[in-house]
Design a protein. Structure first.
Length: 276
């Protein structure tokens, strides 16, 4: 399936992220990404769709450099981050906010302490693990973390342990932690997969609000096609490691969805009418 591109051309707007001919080949010999190229501007709220194994998660993990690409380039605000390592790699990961399906919070820490972890990019020295984060961060960082919690609607839970929260509340903490990073771009890998429909809508609403109010581009992997139509400004369709669709959600009709998901894919076909 040849790539179908219908994304509007941006004028006078430098890309926040630019991906050029990205390839990722695992030691097993599996090629998860095959020459993927696209640009992301501050105006983009992108949803990435495709079968399990299409390369969606690999793509996000390359963008925040949890994985090193085999070849190709990733530019973050014009800086090539494809092969950075050491301290430079840590700085890149702190500039790229990442939200995971399983939240990745520290269960025994408070909500506030988990959010303060997002301020580590602004610290000049390593943080001792034996101390409470809330006791070693300056007042301005504490105040910033509380504001981030207020933005996601859970400032009243600041001193509650993370492992006492519901799934939806934990994902809000994860979003607040990303806000505390002051990232250049936000990536979210199946952020609503383990949530009930009401919590899932709340999380997606938050991501959209952050994008619209702060001008931060967002890229989200989703399987729920009804949510894709509701929230995506732009869609990237992945198939067998290749980018096969790049365009607005308004053009994503049932026939095109079926072509993107064709092959060995356990897609919930009952959701297809939502894209018709």
């Amino acid at each position: 399936m040849a790539v179908q591109t219908a994304a509007p051309k941006e004028t006078g707007l430098a890309p926040v992220v630019e991906v050029r001919d990205l390839v990722k080949r695992y030691p097993s010999g599996t090629t998860a990404l095959k020459g993927v190229s696209f640009q992301v501007s501050a105006r983009d709220f992108i949803v990435i769709i495709g079968c399990s194994g299409a390369g969606k998660s690999t793509l996000l993990r390359c963008l925040n450099r949890l994985l090193k690409p085999t070849s190709g380039q990733i530019l973050l605000l014009g800086e090539d981050i494809s092969a950075v390592s050491g301290g430079c790699l840590q700085k890149v990961r702190r500039r790229v906010g990442m939200i995971f399906q399983q939240f990745h919070l520290v269960p025994r820490l408070t909500v506030l302490e988990n959010v303060l972890a997002g301020r580590l990019r602004f610290q000049n020295s390593p943080i001792p693990h034996t101390l409470s984060l809330a006791r070693i961060f300056p007042k301005r960082d504490l105040e910033h973390a509380v504001r981030c919690l207020a933005e996601v609607g859970i400032e009243d839970l600041a001193y509650q342990r993370a492992d006492t929260l519901s799934g939806g509340q934990q994902q809000r903490v994860a979003i607040a932690r990303v806000l505390a990073q002051e990232p250049d771009v936000i990536l979210a890998d199946e952020p609503i997969a383990s949530l009930d429909p009401r919590s899932a809508s709340a999380v997606m609403n938050l991501l959209r609000e952050i994008h619209e109010t702060k001008g931060i581009p967002v890229l989200v992997n989703l399987h729920h096609l009804d949510f894709v139509k509701r929230y995506a400004k732009r869609i990237l369709g992945m198939q067998n490691g290749r980018l096969v669709y790049d365009g607005p959600s308004s053009l994503l009709e049932a026939e095109l969805v079926e072509r993107i998901y064709q092959g060995s894919c356990d897609t919930a076909w009952e959701e297809l009418p939502a894209c018709a």
